[in-house]
Design a protein around this ligand. Structure first.
Ligand SMILES: [Cu+2]
Length: 167
């Protein structure tokens, strides 16, 4: 059974508040943020992860410096790497957002980790997350909670669709 606690109420309210901010913050669309999603975790979890697609439409490299969200007390930027035949996570100080290209934060690659959760994201819910970039500044997006099996479409798939469209 799901309990609607006061905490839950705050959570939903915050999510609703983000929409107008989002429209206001990047009218020029120098950075286009799409497909923000979080992987469903058990209700007892203290940790969650988020992924996003970031398109840099400018001819200048940018950097993702930090992320924050009201759902967690602590947020870190991580990367996955193969070490001694094992997949390991490591904290990074920033994530490069290369000029005129698409950067994909995804499972097995760069990702955002939430620690010491104040609110465990439940399947189907939406919560706000604010990303701070070196050049583009702060951008807030809505993150959708998806099943663990979810896979965001990759840029290769997008390109294929695009090519197909032109044939
Ligand atoms: Cu991680």
């Amino acid at each position: 059974m799901r309990k609607y606690t006061f905490k839950h109420f705050i959570f939903v309210t915050l999510a609703l508040f983000v929409t107008p901010v989002l429209a206001e913050h990047h009218p020029k669309q120098n950075l286009e943020l799409t497909q923000a999603w979080s992987k469903e975790v058990p209700l007892t979890s203290q940790v969650a992860a988020a992924f996003i697609t970031i398109k840099n439409h400018t001819s200048t490299d940018d950097e993702l410096l930090s992320v924050s969200s009201p759902i967690a007390n602590k947020t870190e930027l991580h990367e996955h790497l193969h070490q001694d035949g094992m997949m390991k996570m490591r904290q990074v100080s920033s994530i490069p957002i290369t000029a005129n290209s698409e950067t994909l934060l995804k499972p097995g690659g760069f990702h955002i980790m939430f620690f010491d959760l104040k609110q465990v994201p439940e399947l189907g819910e939406i919560f706000p997350m604010t990303l701070t970039f070196k050049n583009a500044g702060r951008i807030t997006v809505n993150v959708k909670v998806e099943p663990a099996t979810f896979q965001a479409p990759t840029s290769t798939e997008t390109e294929k669709k695009h090519m197909h469209h032109h044939h």
